[in-house]
Write a new protein. Structure first.
Length: 237
């Protein structure tokens, strides 16, 4: 697909999200029947492929090395974090994130070691889905994406932009190397989640949906959680 066609596709998806938002359905998951089918497919693929691969990776890779690999991919994403901070009007945080990337890339040996946090440059989590939220674009319905998992219409478009804007796509010329790095990143992320499965119970689909929506709401508001009961009490004083 040409770059112009891709941009037009993104614009169309955003427009669809706005049309859906106009109806403002009280149910955040009106596509549940479809989403559950995709969830079942993802669960099957994870159970018989991704999870065994992640377990094997965790078994043969020492913890310090896994940590360094995680640091490397986290650092590689920081140019996009800085860009999204800037697009959200957070110039000071954007500058801090640029500094974090420079420190970890140089002193941290290409990002393998986190030297920025002890230096007073904390990590942040920003992406294009959060930027779209900052711009006032409605999230649209909850959506489960094949292989990628929980999302919304808005975050799904944001994920597409994130994918095409990843620095590795422009810093690495060899296509096989890019695919290899992408696969390693997915395996590293999946391995890091192995210990969290013990907390999943009941209807796993509902648990993951609610956890995802709550976390995205937390990130979209920069950690500021609105307490409706507290607000009502203050209004009655």
């Amino acid at each position: 697909m040409s770059r112009r066609g891709w941009v037009a596709g993104v614009a169309l998806l955003l427009a669809c999200g706005e049309v859906v938002a106009a109806a403002e359905p009280p149910n955040p998951d009106p596509w549940e029947a479809f989403n559950r089918k995709i969830y079942a497919f993802n669960d099957f693929a994870d159970r018989y492929f991704m999870k065994p691969v992640a377990k094997g990776y965790q078994k043969v890779t020492p913890s310090p090395l896994r940590r360094s690999i995680g640091n490397f991919f986290s650092n590689l994403s920081y140019p996009l974090v800085a860009v999204n901070q800037l697009l959200q009007g957070k110039a000071r945080l954007s500058a801090s994130d640029v500094g974090r990337f420079i420190v970890n890339t140089t002193l941290g040996v290409g990002g393998l070691f986190d030297m920025a946090t002890p230096a007073g440059l904390p990590s942040h989590d920003e992406d294009f889905g959060q930027t779209f939220a900052k711009w006032g674009i409605h999230s649209g319905p909850y959506l489960v994406l094949p292989f990628l998992g929980p999302s919304t219409v808005r975050d799904g478009v944001g994920s597409a932009v994130n994918f095409y804007a990843q620095p590795v796509r422009y810093l690495v010329d060899d296509e096989q190397t890019r695919y290899g790095l992408t696969a390693l990143n997915f395996i590293q992320i999946r391995a890091s989640l192995l210990d969290t499965e013990q907390f999943l119970g009941g209807d796993r689909y509902v648990f993951m949906r609610d956890a995802y929506l709550q976390r995205r709401d937390y990130l979209n508001h920069d950690g500021e959680v609105k307490d409706e009961f507290l607000d009502e009490d203050e209004g009655n004083e």
